[in-house]
Write a protein that binds this ligand. Structure first.
Ligand SMILES: [Mg+2]
Length: 408
């Protein structure tokens, strides 16, 4: 069997998605998600200009061999663009192999370790009453766990509360001449640190002690600030505290660990196991958060999860709306198969996106299941995808009150 075509499809049914479609000489197709939010076209070029020519004529069943050839063969390793491109190839090849076997992908990964995949949803509010309403809405949808984010008094636009999409950018008048510029958000760490305990106290008081609660600091704190936050929120018994410090510094969480037993999660912007080595070897985290789409695919993510399991670290795969249903499906197959699963982030997609990407996975009572369709169980409606072309869009940028740039 040989790969005879490799097409890169860019579509924007409300937000941008990049999909790789591989086709074999026997007519078997495989899909992979290559969406890198805010930098989509860089991955498109990496695939079309540098990867597709290497794939044509190769054996689609040699997944590990192809992965190693793309990773080692480029000389320039790692990085989000490279690893998103390799991820798309890896997932498309697993899709093909599972279709050839006539099995859902999770069966090739060892079969189901659980009956269903627990998720968490997002509750957001500009203030505490709005947040409490949002938590109620998630619970009504069946979510068994909720991530809570609110505005901070004195700040206009804060992560997780303000919607930073292309559509929001246009509505906010960020389009200047023919350019679309990033939405600007603002930030004040001292105000945030004062506000978070009050927010969590209000949520606990309204919903009781049993609801698993998560919170995301989005890489904005120094090691000292992070340690203080983790210690301050201990009474509220978080499921996890996420992305406390900037991702480049793996040793920053040592200080947090010395001062708190709050469970820590990190890794949505990591691309390879090397980004985790200190964190895992020293037991500095409790959950690894990488997505199939940004970590080079199912093959390396499975290896990471097995490595993390040696320190009793569990998984919490990144699952925002910009992971396409293709990337989400691959994640759910992994979630079902691995033993050290923790939780899966899941926000769902717009009805139009779900028509462009028809999927076998289901979301019922807050739990996902990948379904029993051979492969990853996603089909791309290419005609509908073509009717919704790429829209230029950035992620937001974040500024301190004096105008200087801070981590978003
Ligand atoms: Mg996050």
């Amino acid at each position: 069997m040989r790969i005879v075509s490799a097409d890169v499809v860019v579509t924007s049914p409300g937000r941008n998605f990049v999909t790789l479609k591989l086709t074999t000489d026997e007519g078997v197709t495989g899909l992979g998600d290559a969406t890198l939010n805010g930098r989509e076209l860089a991955v498109v070029s990496y695939l079309r200009d540098h990867v597709v020519p290497l794939l044509i004529g190769t054996d689609p069943q040699r997944i590990e061999h192809t992965w190693q050839a793309l990773y080692r063969g480029a000389y320039w390793r790692r990085g989000p663009v490279t690893m998103a491109a390799i991820a798309a190839v890896d997932v498309a090849l697993w899709d093909i192999k599972a279709k050839i076997a006539g099995l859902p992908l999770y069966q090739l990964l060892g079969g189901a370790s659980r009956d269903r995949v627990r998720t968490y949803g997002h509750a957001n509010g500009r203030d505490i009453p709005e947040l409490l309403d949002s938590v109620r809405a998630r619970l009504a949808e069946g979510y068994p766990a909720v991530r809570v984010q609110t505005g901070v008094p004195g700040l206009q636009r804060v992560y997780g509360v303000h919607d930073g999409t292309a559509i929001a950018a246009e509505a906010d008048g960020q389009r200047i001449d023919q350019r679309v510029l990033p939405v600007e958000e603002d930030w004040d760490t001292a105000g945030y640190l004062r506000h978070v305990p009050e927010v969590l106290a209000a949520v606990r008081s309204e919903f009781g002690p049993e609801l698993p609660l998560l919170h995301d600091a989005h890489h904005r704190l120094s090691p000292q600030e992070a340690a203080r936050l983790a210690r301050t929120v201990e009474p509220f018994d978080l499921f996890w505290l996420e992305d406390l410090t900037p991702a480049e510094n793996q040793t920053a969480l040592r200080l947090v660990r010395q001062h708190s037993t709050t469970p820590l999660a990190i890794g949505e912007v990591f691309n390879t196991v090397h980004d985790y080595r200190t964190l895992i070897d020293e037991g500095l985290i409790d959950y690894v958060r990488s997505a199939v789409t940004h970590f080079g695919g199912v093959s390396p993510l499975r290896k990471l999860f097995d490595y993390a399991a040696q320190q009793q670290i569990r998984t919490g795969i990144h699952g925002p709306e910009d992971i396409s249903p293709v990337g989400m499906a691959a994640a759910i197959h992994l979630d079902l198969a691995i033993h050290n699963f923790g939780i899966q982030e899941y926000s769902g997609h717009t009805p139009l996106t779900e028509r462009v990407f028809r999927h076998a996975y289901t979301f019922t009572d807050g739990y996902l299941h990948p379904g029993e369709q051979p492969g990853i169980g996603v089909e791309l409606d290419e005609e509908l995808a073509a009717a919704h072309p790429y829209v230029p869009a950035y992620l937001p940028v974040n500024r301190l009150l004096d105008g200087s740039v801070h981590d978003w």
